[in-house]
Ligand binder design. Structure first.
Ligand code: PMP
Length: 383
């Protein structure tokens, strides 16, 4: 199958996470909201333990953690859940960026149909959006600013730290999609000022199908986010439906492991990135990175191989490397990456670009060998 280099799409589950999940499936099978028996109580203990593990990683209170099915759902709740508050306060202006994940972009598009005014800021070639441009757009009726921490296609870190502080001063709600940074940029997230934050467990070696929406309290009060689904009181009504106890336990364990290991992991990730740089430098290929690497995380790179069609490259090197040329959520469409397009990258460069992303588990020798093969194929394909 070759080496897996698509960690931004999903990461392999950590065996220690899986062990906790198997144990939970076998032994904690009660409904965490059954209050009349010990089995329910045991499941509840498991869920609350996981909530504490998540809270500890993020440096927040566990009462601010709400389990969801993943970032798509968390992003939907964070944005759509503000509708009632927007109507009450007559604040219907939302600012976001053109490079957000579709779970933000499609949600605000739907809100537009409901009469909300949406403003999209575009990044420049660096891949970063301009904080001042966002602040200049803030008005008295601005309901929300939603900006991702790290872009899933480019790995570019957005200026959410500075933005969070500025928006707090202006009393504007701030949502951060931290799907690509959670468990990696741990200290940065702990220091971030935000009202809502989303992530999915499967991006940090946890299971697929579970994630978190953080609703950060301000003077003991949660942000004015309401449920968007109906039918249960679970997660304080924010996310009704039976809690998937084993998934939640897996999410908690993945967070616990990330908290213990993130410093060591960041060294491993950096090492892999320099290996990639070394291979590219020595390759003689005409290539460049998409996005300013000074702002890029150490776990991914988006590279344009001049004169090489990325579709052909990905197919030709399938046996050596699993890489991609865009978000898995939009990969069914063969249209060029909207993220790279928004950055102002010319179409021929977009068509020659691939995303490579790795994790702390990635074996360096295999990485070097298989990427070496991919680079050799790219050379043979270059026109
Ligand atoms: N936001 C970002 C930045 C992502 O990378 C992803 C997953 N590609 C999501 C949201 C959605 O996550 P999920 O598919 O787990 O709901």
């Amino acid at each position: 199958m070759g080496i897996y280099l698509d960690s931004n799409a999903s990461s392999p589950i950590d065996e220690r996470v899986l062990a906790v999940m198997v144990d939970t499936y076998l032994n904690s099978y009660g409904n965490a909201d059954s209050r009349t028996h010990n089995h329910g109580e045991q499941a509840r203990i498991t869920v609350e333990y996981a909530r504490k593990q998540v809270a500890s990683l993020l440096g927040i209170n566990s009462s601010e953690v709400f389990f969801t099915s993943g970032s798509t759902e968390s992003n939907n709740i964070a944005i759509q859940g503000l509708e009632e508050y927007a109507l009450e306060t007559n604040k219907k202006h939302i600012i976001t960026s053109a490079v957000e994940h579709k779970s933000v972009l499609e949600t605000v598009k739907m809100m537009k149909k409901k009469g909300f005014e949406i403003e999209l800021v575009k990044p420049d070639l660096s891949g970063q959006v301009n904080m001042q441009e966002i602040l200049d757009k803030v008005r008295d009726d601005t309901l929300l600013v939603s900006i991702m921490h790290v872009n899933n296609e480019t790995g570019i870190i957005q200026p959410v730290a500075e933005l969070g502080s500025e928006l707090e001063k202006r009393n504007v709600l701030f949502h951060v999609d931290a799907t690509q940074s959670c468990g990696k940029l741990v200290d940065e997230i702990r220091n971030l000022k935000y009202n809502m934050l989303s992530f999915s467990a499967h991006k940090l070696k946890g299971p697929k199908g579970v994630g978190v929406l953080v609703l950060k309290k301000k003077r003991y009060k949660l942000p004015p986010v309401k449920n968007i689904m109906y039918g249960g009181q679970q997660e304080h009504g924010i996310r009704p439906g039976t809690i998937p106890v084993a998934l939640v336990a897996g999410c908690g364990k993945a967070c616990e492991i990330a908290e213990i290991e993130y410093k060591e992991n960041s060294h491993k990730l950096r090492k892999l990135k320099s290996t990639l740089e070394e291979l590219l430098n020595d390759s003689g290929l005409d290539y460049h990175y998409n996005g300013d690497q000074n702002y890029c995380v150490d776990s991914s790179a988006n590279i344009c191989f001049k004169g090489v069609m990325s579709e052909a490259l990905m197919l030709s090197c399938k046996q050596y490397c699993s890489v991609s040329n865009g978000s898995a959520c939009t990969s069914k469409s063969y249209s060029p990456s909207y993220v790279l397009e928004a950055m102002g990258i010319p179409i021929e460069d977009i068509e020659s670009s691939v995303r490579i992303s790795w994790g702390p588990e990635t074996d360096e020798i295999e990485f070097r060998e298989n990427l070496g093969k991919m680079i050799a194929i790219a050379k043979s394909l270059a026109v």
